[in-house]
Design a binder for this molecule. Structure first.
Ligand SMILES: NC(=O)c1ccc[n+]([C@@H]2O[C@H](COP(=O)([O-])OP(=O)(O)OC[C@H]3O[C@@H](n4cnc5c(N)ncnc54)[C@H](OP(=O)(O)O)[C@@H]3O)[C@@H](O)[C@H]2O)c1
Length: 256
């Protein structure tokens, strides 16, 4: 069991704490975002609240959940040690900067949790491989090593699909509710429909999306009719264009 410290006590830190609680670790969160910190400590007996310096001093593994500009301001002054494992979930702070800000720690990895890590099943791309990440979250979440920092950053871009996808699904749910007059029923149905489809695909092998689309491609069917409409409207291209727009920020090469 490990002593795990979180710097930053906002949205993603609180969901990671909830996903980690109850497994015998001692968890310390920084004394920012007092309401969230208090609620985590109130809900989980193993969670305590401390200053940033104490979090680093008293931990075996430190998880960085700060916004990038804050990280650049506060990290360098903390009492880092060579034997600490550091896991950053922060976009916009490359490994080279972390090596400088967290020296003499060298076991530093980047990963990308999403809020549903609280309940498990959250894919965790990681670079470089992190025994600490595997030990803390690997039992409940698939840890997916990627070959480079650039690949990790490309996965950051992929996570940006979540909001547009949910907005698209909400739009369809709102349409259904307008016809049926039952907003709650429409949301429950659409969430179960799309969630069921996507989670079944997660368990499949290569080319899962192509196979699924083929199974929905009956000529003249409802799915193929709506899909053609969306293609003509440019929805798939708009998504990829938007992801291309994130390349510069994430240090990814321009499209060939
Ligand atoms: N949210 C996500 O789904 C998600 C997913 C993957 C990665 N991330 C990454 O996680 C990081 C945090 O995102 P978030 O959404 O969790 O943001 P957030 O909710 O705004 O949390 C940021 C936290 O940092 C705290 N903070 C500010 N100044 C601090 C300081 N000097 N010392 C210690 N803590 C300080 C804030 O406390 P106060 O409120 O008291 O200022 C807040 O608790 C970002 O780098 C983001 O890229 C987020």
């Amino acid at each position: 069991m490990a002593r795990v410290g979180f710097l930053g006590t906002g949205e993603i830190a609180s969901q990671m704490v909830r996903g980690l609680a109850g497994q015998g670790h001692a968890i310390m969160v920084s004394d920012r975002n007092a309401d969230v910190a208090r609620s985590l400590a109130g809900d989980h007996i193993e969670v305590s609240i401390a200053s940033n310096a104490e979090v680093v001093r008293e931990s075996d593994i430190v998880i960085l959940c700060l916004m990038a500009p804050v990280a650049r301001t506060v990290l360098a002054d903390l009492p880092w040690r060579a034997d600490l494992a550091v896991i950053s979930v922060m976009v916009d702070v490359p490994l080279s900067d972390l090596a400088r800000l967290c020296a003499p720690a060298t076991d530093i990895a980047l990963t990308i949790p999403l809020p549903f890590i609280a309940t498990g099943g959250c894919p965790l791309p990681v670079y470089p491989a992190s025994p600490a990440l595997q030990a803390l979250f690997g039992d409940r979440n698939p840890v997916l090593p990627v070959p480079s920092e650039m690949a990790l950053n490309a996965h950051f871009a992929a996570t940006a699909m979540c909001a547009p996808m949910i907005a698209m699904v909400k739009s369809g749910s709102d349409w259904l509710a307008e016809v049926t007059g039952d907003k709650a029923g429409a949301e429950a149905y659409v969430a179960a429909l799309i969630g069921g489809f996507i989670s079944a695909l997660a368990a499949e092998e290569d080319d899962r999306f192509d196979r699924a689309l083929q199974s929905l491609a009956t000529e003249g069917g409802l799915n193929s009719t709506l899909r053609r409409h969306m293609d003509v409207a440019g929805a798939p291209k708009a998504l990829q264009d938007g992801m291309d727009g994130l390349r510069g920020r994430l240090g990814l090469p321009d499209r060939g």
